[in-house]
Design a protein around this ligand. Structure first.
Ligand code: PEP
Ligand code: MN
Length: 338
């Protein structure tokens, strides 16, 4: 249950309510001017308590901070060069892994020219085999930051452990939590304690509720600058596509939560020829942006070679997806006016 108080907050009443909860072994927390109480459908309120309350909401999901019940408006995630969410359409692009300085510098120029405003690139890679390329580490982060700064782009890059966070702070604008770490709760809490936006990818076999509860771990630490990324989930048939892109999850995540939802067609498709269509379908389903892997010479890439687009294909994909997004927005605006 959520109790919304009149302003200014009557601290005496709030504190006595919190005390009452403690005695009843209920977990409650004060968020902005709301008291969120878990595991209590009903709490008897005195006349004095009722007099300082504007509204009592009786049902709420466990991921209360991320839910529209608590926060009806869209969250806009702010980075130095972007406002992500709402009606904005944000394109993030770059290689799966940063391989050397020249490639990321050249890609920054190319993806920017195509319309991207965030540069992606992994410097710490969660590879299935420990013998595969693990990323250039801090050296790679340096190349990424420089290439982004020279082109007026933001950086998104994956963090794999809480210990990496302090070192990574100057290099990144958005912390990416990869699919394999979606339920690494120590990592989620640690990025939740920073003041940088966090992009959370859906786990390999995660339900929508598991994803929103993972986001709640970040939010519970005070960081509500969260972006959700649908990147496909495992199913029984991976013969023709790497994963199943769950486009249906996009409007559901947007209905349940206020966070921006982006689509990652690269990791969903796993094959470059499918990536533009997967991206288009994600945007048609309402995604507020995309994150796409782009490489000058995809077949020679040190990771995810099969799914990376050439800059030329990426450029065409941006044109089509931006048109789809514009069309949806125009229709929505026209409907709102009627
Ligand atoms: C990546 O972005 O390169 C990556 C490893 O993605 P995911 O965590 O979605 O597999
Ligand atoms: Mn990748």
């Amino acid at each position: 249950m959520i109790i919304q108080f009149k302003q200014p907050l009557n601290q005496a009443v709030v504190q006595s309510l919190l005390q009452k909860l403690k005695e009843k072994q209920h977990h409650g927390m004060l968020v902005a001017n709301h008291l969120v109480i878990f595991d209590a459908d009903e709490l008897e309120l005195s006349e004095r308590e009722k007099s300082v309350i504007t509204e009592v909401i009786h049902t709420q999901p466990r991921y209360v901070l991320g839910s529209r019940v608590f926060h009806p408006e869209d969250t806009i995630v702010k980075t130095p060069h972007n406002k992500i969410g709402g009606d904005n359409f944000t394109i993030m692009a770059g290689p799966c892994s940063v391989e050397n300085e020249a490639m990321i510098q050249d890609l920054a120029v190319q993806v920017k020219a195509a319309g991207a405003t965030v540069l992606r690139g992994g410097a710490f890679k969660p590879r299935t085999s420990p013998y595969d390329f693990q990323g250039l580490g801090e050296t790679g982060l340096g190349y990424l930051r420089k290439a982004a700064d020279e082109n007026g782009l933001d950086v998104i890059t994956e963090v794999m452990s809480p210990e990496q966070i302090p070192m990574m702070l100057p290099y990144t604008d958005i912390f990416q939590i990869g699919a394999r770490n979606m339920q690494n709760f120590a990592l989620l809490k640690a990025v939740g304690q920073t003041n940088k936006p966090v992009a959370l990818k859906r786990g390999l076999a995660a339900t929508i509720d598991e994803m929103l509860n993972a986001a709640e771990y970040i939010a519970s630490q005070g960081n509500l600058q969260i972006i959700l990324i649908e990147r496909g989930i495992r199913s029984f048939d991976d013969k023709y596509s790497r994963n199943v892109l769950d486009v249906g999850a996009i409007p559901i995540l947007q209905k349940l939560s206020h966070y921006p939802v982006l689509v990652d067609p690269s990791h969903a498709a796993g094959h470059a020829d499918l990536v533009p269509t997967y991206g288009q379908s994600g945007v048609a389903a309402g995604a507020q942006g995309m994150i796409v892997e782009v490489h000058q010479n995809p077949s020679q890439a040190w990771s995810d070679a099969a799914q990376q687009l050439t800059p030329a294909t990426f450029k065409k994909m941006v044109v089509t997806t931006a048109q789809i997004h514009d069309l949806l927005l125009k229709n929505q605006t026209a409907q709102d006016q009627n």
